[in-house]
Design a protein around this ligand. Sequence first.
Ligand code: WT7
Length: 635
Amino acid sequence: MSNYFIKNLEEYFQVYRRSVRDPETFWEEIAEEHFLWRKKWDKVLSWDFTKPEIRWFENAKLNITENCLDRHLPIRKNKTAIIFEPNNPKEGAQYITYKELHERVCKMANVLVDKGVQKGDRVCIYLPMIPELAVTVLACARIGAIHSVVFAGFSSTALATRINDCDCKMVITSDGSYRGKKQIDLKGIVDIALEECPGVETVLVVKRTGTNIKMKEGRDVLLQPLLDKADSYFEVVKMDAEDPLFILYTSGSTGKPKGMVHSCGGYMVYTAYTFKNIFQYRENDVYWCTADIGWITGHSYIVYGPLANGATTVMFEGVPTYPDFGRFWHIVEKHKVNQFYTAPTAIRALAKENYEYVERYDLSSLKVLGTVGEPINEDAWHWYNNVVGNDQSPIVDTWWQTETGGIMISPIPYVTPTIPTYATLPFIGVQPALMDEEGNEIKGNQVHGRLCIKFPWPGIARTIWGNHERYRDTYFAAYENKYFTGDGALRDEVGYYRITGRVDDVIIVSGHNLGTAPIEDAINEHHAVAESAIVGFPHDIKGNALYGFVILKEERESRDSNELRKEINQQITEQIGPIAKLDKIQFVPGLPKTRSGKIMRRILRKIASNDTDNMGDISTLLNPEVVQEIMDNAL
Ligand code: WT7
């Protein structure tokens, strides 16, 4: 019996138990039955969380694009692989079949190799949500180059940091991008970034907006003419299961962004298996995930997971509010979307608008609704369930992380009974543990603790690029022999999990994972700023918004505070991107600190959230007097 597709709760429990009792046999069967390997593994799993070292399907050979493209050709060559829905609905959708996608990926692979990209080289992709983004990702994978996609909303400084961290020798970008009514000058941003990136030899430029761009001689090349000349077949490069497939950056609570490294073999098996089950994908379904491929959600559940299953996956270039608040629902109706996967922040933003924007469209094709990125609040859950799903489509609240590669805790639709705000049960093969602050596992139900995972799953990131020690310290040092997620969670009386949010200094704003440190660094670079601390506070639409406490240098007297606030946000936009802008900025005479000089964010969080009834013990602070003053002037 194939255990690829879970059909009922009994089967879930049965397969789950088996996956935990004997993970190696379980994953071996999945890998064996459902994927194309050039050579099978010698050993399914070797692991040691103390080093940490994790290897799945050791010495196996494969190419993920052969699994996502070539093997579908005999049966699905005329099936649509990607539906491209452009920013402007008037432009009309594109339907790219598996055969066409295969050909486009091969051509791109030939171009990359012609330009000197070799197996193991890093290629930075800084593109909007246009088909070329998926094509270049797959072309890198086909030639064994490691792609590092940088979300095209990041600033030139953030882009440069990411290019340099993993020494990319090539950048692929476009002249510009469309976002609703706006047009963004991507190539201009790349040009500024590359002033700081001496290692980049080639920039390939896709034409999208047709805007005027500068082309640097000897470095910048237009892509289309190269593709026109390229051969339409490229034999895959055989990869080791443990070779890196890609690097994707995520913020940490401190320091520079972490380049999470994902593997070719385990990542493929895990994203494909989770996709199939968590979206209950059937052969003729149309699946749409609204994320950007610049985030892990897009890597795993727009590109790799769906294509490995031969699915039809929608790529949307635009924003949910353009041309109006009905855009998502218009697209669902137009393409008869069956599985729809989005973020709570988008749901909250659309739920504020008139029902009429939803009711105008026929959403009867929907079978599964997904959510990801942050805890979904009860109101948003009900609106999604009632208004969008008409009480007919189960909601899968999927908890996972850039580091986990794929979904970890989630209902299986039509299998797991759902409860609002609960991610419910661990996915097959996932072994969660809740820990107390002393490092003991909390057993039993109706408990709350820090969420860890105690056994490897195939999709786990293998390291942080160039910094394995940081990988160990961040994820494997807090609790012995466990992967620490950074999240808190509760387990209710039936064993369902509810994620309660980060327990570290990462703040999730509109589903984007933002570290406090890089934002504070950006603020502190403003010449008038002496020191700063940022915390999150609850926000209706974004989930959390950012509140900055800023100490100014002397010159404050002579400056207009609103002007300064604008400049500080401008500084953040330049260093990181507009997603990290502060909603509130309070100028303060000092920050509450412990005697060892650590900022007490707990106190600032309470002030920012207007929850100051019980401040706890502040007498041990170095400067308790500053707390009252900050409270009196809170925004
Ligand atoms: C953090 C990871 C992986 C997808 C996009 C985010 C939070 C994610 C949920 C959920 C509650 C969630 C966690 C996690 N998160 N999904 N369904 N319920 N919280 O990836 O940027 O790596 O962020 O997002 O706090 O640790 P990411």
